[in-house]
Design a binder for this molecule. Structure first.
Ligand SMILES: Nc1ncnc2c1ncn2[C@@H]1O[C@H](COP(=O)(O)OP(=O)(O)OP(=O)(O)O)[C@@H](O)[C@H]1O
Ligand SMILES: [Mg+2]
Length: 163
């Protein structure tokens, strides 16, 4: 499957995308977020956290702690590669353990460490279109990601994501 483009006109659309991602992505799965400062990468993770039952305020960019752990109806690991010097520094955080855990792992600035990510993963590129408008381009790598993206597309177009 090719990429899927989702245009968010507002924060509530981003919340809808985050909720749909939590519904379709399995455990032991990794999402890579790419996009400039302030694009909305952390805001999308907040939407995912809200969908597992955590207050959005719990989610901040893990720039300094390097990996946050959110646990509610599901588990999310939230990493940020922005301040890492190179692949070795990222690998030093032991990401393999997170990738293999029964959790969703989300990595901001994933383009910086893409070679270290699992081969089956979903890459999401965030682009700023306007004050509240964002474009999310979702590109699947591997069969699990393709299957999840097909389901995501169905949910987003049928409105099921909001339920
Ligand atoms: N539709 C939208 N989706 C996501 N964020 C939005 C949207 N509309 C406005 N925003 C705002 O854009 C900002 C995105 O900031 P955020 O911290 O998520 O960026 P980031 O990509 O994580 O940046 P950084 O690389 O610095 O971590 C927030 O202030 C958020 O409220
Ligand atoms: Mg961020």
């Amino acid at each position: 499957m090719a990429s899927l483009t989702f245009t968010a006109a507002s924060l509530s659309d981003t919340d809808r995308l985050g909720a749909a991602l939590v519904q379709v992505l399995p455990d032991c799965f990794t999402v890579g977020l790419v996009g400039p400062l302030g694009a909305g990468k952390t805001r999308l993770v907040q939407a995912m956290a809200a969908a597992i039952g955590l207050p959005r305020e719990h989610v901040v960019s893990p720039t300094f702690v390097l990996c946050q752990h959110y646990e509610a109806r599901r588990t999310i690991y939230h990493m940020d590669a922005y301040r890492l010097r190179d692949d070795d520094e990222f690998l030093g955080l032991g990401p393999e353990e997170y990738f293999a855990a029964p959790a969703l792992t989300v990595v901001e600035w994933a383009d910086r460490v893409e070679r270290c990510l699992p081969p089956d993963r979903l890459m999401i590129e965030v682009e700023v279109l306007g004050d509240d408008a964002r474009q999310f381009q979702l590109t699947p790598h591997g069969e699990i990601a393709c299957q999840a993206l097909r389901e995501l597309q169905t949910r987003l177009t049928s409105g099921l994501a909001a339920t």
